[in-house]
Design a binder for this molecule. Structure first.
Ligand SMILES: [Zn+2]
Length: 562
């Protein structure tokens, strides 16, 4: 990769403009940035391939061959020689938890703790380093332990003493608290399970320290709030991480209003390096509606106007809501979320939010959870009339065969995270059996039915790296290496489909397809240069591809080593 500063191209450009003038063309604007010698996948069906691109300000002014772009060179043009490498539109992650992600870059990392002993050791180390300060984050995964057993507070009490701990399972649907945290929250064996949540108890009825879904609130409500400074630091960490991975837009699910306010500050100061579409919790829909905010309201950097809701829990926590019981927990078929316990109230809120033209993004994972949300969406269309509203189901993991057609008819966008498939694929069949896994992470079926996909990661639940998501969608090779040919391989999608679903798909999902998602004249100049060509290398190598250059709004925000 070679970037030529403006001065060095002056001579060439002077000659070029002399020729241009000699041909009596009117003088043209010159580009601020030109990228030449690139192997461009534009994502634009009218012009799929190109070699060079010219940018003025934050917009693309031309995409084409070397000659067409040559004309845009001027005395102040910065030139990047892509060295023949693959250039694609910037990745748009349709589902992230941005501040959590940034915060976790700072906190204890339990994701690859391979044993319970290692899990306890790392927590103990952190407690020793910062005694008394809440230990949060974590991302532990009991499924990689032998036996795969949920941790208990006894495991960590001795190493943490009075330092309170509440570390989350990587899916965010349960957490482990130690006794110090239980004490602060006032939890005893008398504390009841809340609606939509569960406190795991031992044989004597005492809490083991595991809190599921809505029960997690018992602990989280006593955790001190992040300071404004901690929050800003988290956002900046997250932005830096995104830039290094070629993620130029994110759709942030359940940000707090403080998070949105931090984004607004950074947007005003011109310091955002990824574009953010924020979808706060649906229970607060009126906060946006009363201001007249509706879907995709805002600037190219920060938009509001969506709400995020929950139908159910997760597969890993056996709280995703199914029609039939879990195979390995036959006493349950999952839990509807707290908000869904009163379905009529949920319907009323979503209907009102839709009427105010807010976009609805609803988390639904189990087949019965998804089915119930499709019912609600149908009710909303009947009540509020047909309109381009782009309903979204977040995750859409386990779809009942009868519901694919409804998904398509209601034009619901499937906002899906392929990395979860190669992660859960290690153990999902034990939990839900051979029949239900056939329509699990059913990306192929969804596309074939005409459903639009928007890919994302659910970061920090899964890694933010788009290469891992492209790898997961195209190989479905589970993380344990046991399914090299793909887990439920008939649900694989092609790299072309995956790339589109990661660029134009999420742009459509946030009503921004006219602005971004493909590389074409007039669109925002958000693009990345890759270390290798994901379209021509074997799919199993995609996970090792790196992002060499990230450009957002015409500015280079990341430059890696070739
Ligand atoms: Zn999420």
């Amino acid at each position: 990769m070679r970037i030529t500063p403006p001065r060095l191209v002056v001579a060439i450009v002077a000659t070029a403009s002399a020729i241009t003038l000699a041909c009596s063309r009117p003088a043209r604007l010159a580009a601020d940035l030109v990228i030449t010698n690139a192997n461009i996948w534009t994502g634009n069906p009218l012009q799929p391939d190109a070699k060079a691109i010219a940018i003025i300000g934050d917009r693309i002014v031309e995409v084409g061959g070397a000659d067409e772009i040559e004309r845009w060179h001027g005395t102040a043009t910065t030139v990047i020689d892509a060295g023949g490498r693959r250039l694609v539109p910037g990745f748009n992650d349709a589902h992230v938890h941005f501040v959590d992600g940034g915060r976790q870059l700072d906190s204890v990392d339990l994701k690859d703790a391979a044993t319970q002993a290692e899990f306890a050791r790392r927590i103990g180390e952190r407690a020793k380093a910062k005694p008394g300060e809440w230990i949060l984050g974590g991302d532990w995964d009991d499924q990689q332990w032998t036996p795969a057993q949920l941790p208990t507070r006894e495991l960590i009490d001795d190493v943490t003493n009075g330092t309170p701990v509440f570390v989350a399972r990587y899916d965010g649907h349960m957490g482990l608290a130690n006794s110090a945290a239980l004490g602060r929250a006032g939890i005893t064996e008398q504390t009841p399970d809340p609606p939509g949540g569960a406190i795991v108890r031992d044989a004597r009825g005492f809490p083991t320290g595991i809190f599921k879904d809505a029960a997690m609130d018992y602990i989280t409500r006593v955790i001190p709030k992040m300071t404004a400074e901690q929050r800003l630091r988290a956002v900046k960490r997250a932005l830096g991480h995104a830039a290094s991975l070629g993620v130029t837009s994110v759709q942030d699910m359940n940000p707090s209003y403080d998070d949105v306010s931090a984004y607004a500050d950074l947007a005003n100061r011109g310091e955002l390096t990824a574009r953010i579409y924020a979808a706060p919790m649906e229970t607060g829909w009126y906060d946006q509606a009363k201001l007249g905010l509706h879907r995709s309201f805002g600037s190219a950097w920060l938009r509001l106007g969506a709400v995020k809701g929950y139908a159910d829990g997760s597969l890993g926590s056996t709280t995703a809501y199914f029609f039939e019981p879990y195979l390995d927990a036959p006493g349950t078929r999952g839990l509807l979320s707290d908000e869904m316990q009163d379905v009529d109230a949920m319907r009323t809120r979503l209907m009102a939010a839709d009427h105010a033209r807010l976009q609805l993004c609803i988390h639904a994972i189990g087949d019965a959870g998804i089915s119930k949300i499709l019912d609600l969406f149908g009710d909303i269309v009947r009540a509020n009339g047909e309109r381009d509203r782009r309903f979204r189901i977040e995750h859409a993991q386990h779809i009942a065969p009868k519901d694919f057609d409804r998904f398509a008819e209601l034009k619901v966008i499937a906002s899906v995270q392929p990395y979860h498939a190669i992660d859960d694929g290690r153990w999902a069949e034990r939990r839900i059996g051979p029949e239900r896994i056939r329509t699990t992470y059913a990306f192929r079926t969804l596309i074939d039915k005409g459903v639009r996909l928007a890919l994302g990661t659910d970061w920090s639940v899964a890694p933010l790296n788009p290469m891992l998501t492209l790898y997961a969608a195209t190989t479905r090779a589970t993380l344990d290496g046991k399914n090299p040919g793909g887990w439920v391989p008939e649900q694989k999608i092609t790299i072309q489909e995956a790339m589109a679903a990661y660029t134009s798909g999420p742009a459509f999902a946030e009503f921004q397809e006219a602005e971004k998602g493909t590389l074409a004249r007039g669109k925002l100049a958000d693009l990345v240069i890759l270390s290798e060509d994901v379209f021509s290398i074997p799919a199993e190598r995609i996970k090792d591809v790196r992002v060499l250059t990230t450009v957002v709004g015409g500015k280079v925000v990341h430059q890696g080593n070739p």
